[in-house]
Design a protein around this ligand. Structure first.
Ligand code: GLN
Length: 474
């Protein structure tokens, strides 16, 4: 049985029309049938069934159901779950098992979610197409010759193909939002610090956030509400109070809403159909009483350059811990310790990860630090100021999630710069740390999904999701 939202599934579970075990068996069968799609790296077949039976038993004994009672979820394979493989889709961690749970996972577990498995991704979350995985690419459920987006491609495809009702991803520059846009689902990246990063394998620590992929805005907000909040294990997690996101969503009124439309987002290089579908949706909201406000974000052209300097710098430092000694893969070829480090990293990391480590080391090196890294930090500050200023005048900044529809598998792999352009609309929210979401707004003439990307001010996730819900394609 397939459910289009957790709301419907919960109704069926609470009224005892269905059991958790039946729900999980149904999902596991579907996962098995879609095995060739390469969406999951690990499936918790026995563990998920056992957990479902345990929840059924507790419920039948009168225990109150948790907020996510029986919700079948998938977890991106860079988020730690105790006793489970944690590969980051990399050969270097192929055999590594986590010894603890990420805080986000522990909080979902405490509210009775059920975990079906760990999903495929770009290696160490570096990529926009899921093609950088040591486990191979994932086809887009809408068109199997195309990519599902990345880096959380497995999580997005799992939700879109009905192999999980919701999934966790991680978003450093768009990795939750862009694949959500490519797979016609909702993808939410909260404010930096809203969700603890404890147990999320670090890529670029000052950008990384766990995010949610779901079919509806309501489901995404529900999952966010469970995970959000201060965590003693992550000093960068925020103690900002966690509001009732569904109440905030319900309070949202379209009338009088000021939607900022940056002229730089509707550049001539934007795919025509994508631009037209996004514009049509904005006009629809205007007809319902919102005001469209022309705004300008003149530094937009520098987003990709600043982003790739800053994240590669952080990545080169974060990935130093994978040395063959402490985690996972170790080369068997080495004559001394230095060679063991070098060979383990050379054999264990894929091409894109190596490219980024080299780029990051370069921009941090004496002589280039000021020219590249320091400059990019200054650009980050300029972005922060200008997005803050823009959001004093408008409630939300709107535009497309991706400049083009899902592209073909193999189409952009030869040219990394071309691939990096996929992130042009999603990286600014990561540079500034504001919450952002991709919501499905239409299909183009080839039946490929188009996402709308929305950014709100810090900690305004409830309002953001309320606006997204008004826009979602029915
Ligand atoms: N595609 C972007 C990159 O490759 C974003 C990745 C992410 O958000 N994890 O860096």
């Amino acid at each position: 049985m397939q459910f289009s939202s957790y709301h419907d599934l919960r109704d069926a579970l609470i009224s005892r029309r269905i059991t958790c075990e039946e729900v999980v068996s149904g999902y596991l069968e579907r996962i098995e049938r879609h095995r060739d799609d390469n969406i999951y790296i690990t499936v918790f077949h026995d563990g998920a069934l056992q957990r479902a039976r345990e929840l059924d038993r507790k419920f039948s004994e009168g225990a109150p159901p948790g907020k996510l009672f029986g919700m079948p979820m998938a977890i991106k394979d860079n988020i730690a779950m105790k006793g489970a493989r944690l590969t980051c889709a990399s050969k270097i961690l192929d055999s590594y098992e986590s010894v603890y749970d990420a805080t986000a996972v522990a909080r979902l577990d405490a509210e009775d979610a059920i975990f079906l498995g760990k999903t495929n991704m770009d290696e160490f979350a570096m990529g926009s197409s899921n093609e950088n995985s040591a486990f191979g690419p994932v086809p887009n459920p809408f068109d199997k010759t195309r990519v599902p987006g990345g880096s959380s491609g497995g999580s997005a495809a799992a939700v879109a193909a009905g192999l999980a009702l919701a999934a966790l991803g991680s978003d450093t520059g768009g990795s939750v939002r862009q694949p959500a846009g490519f797979c016609d689902i909702v993808g939410l990246k909260p404010t930096y610090g809203r969700i603890s990063r404890y147990g999320l394998v670090a890529f670029a620590s000052s950008f990384d956030q766990i995010g949610v992929l779901a079919r509806t805005c309501g489901d995404a907000s529900l999952v966010l509400g469970v995970m959000a909040g201060k965590d003693a294990h992550d000093a960068t997690s925020s103690s900002h109070p966690v509001p009732d996101y569904s109440a905030d969503m319900d309070a949202l009124r379209v009338e009088g809403l000021r939607i900022g439309v940056p002229k730089e987002y509707f550049h001539e290089s934007l795919n025509r159909e994508v631009g037209a579908i996004v514009m049509a949706k904005l006009h629809e909201l205007r007809d319902r009483g919102a005001e469209l406000v022309d705004i300008t974000l003149p530094q937009s052209d520098y987003a990709i350059a600043a982003y790739y300097i800053l994240v590669t710098a952080e990545a080169s430092s974060n990935l130093a811990r994978f040395d063959g000694a402490r985690y996972g893969y170790r080369s068997s070829e080495s004559s001394d310790m230095q060679a063991m480090y070098v060979n383990s990293r050379t054999e264990g990391f894929g091409r894109e990860v190596k490219r980024r480590i080299m780029l990051g080391t370069y921009v941090l090196s004496a002589g280039y630090y000021d020219t590249y890294y320091k400059k990019a930090q200054q650009v980050r500050r300029v972005f922060q100021d200008s997005y803050r200023e823009a959001l004093e005048k408008v409630d939300v900044i709107a535009g497309p999630t991706s400049p083009f529809p899902p592209f073909g598998i193999g189409e952009k792999t030869a040219d990394p710069l071309e691939m990096y352009l996929a992130d042009v609309f999603t990286v600014p929210a990561s540079i500034v740390g504001m919450p952002a979401v991709s919501v499905p707004v239409g299909l183009d003439s080839s039946n490929l999904p188009v996402g709308m990307h929305l950014i709100c001010d810090f900690f305004e996730e409830g309002k953001l999701m309320g606006i997204a819900r008004c826009m979602q394609r029915q």
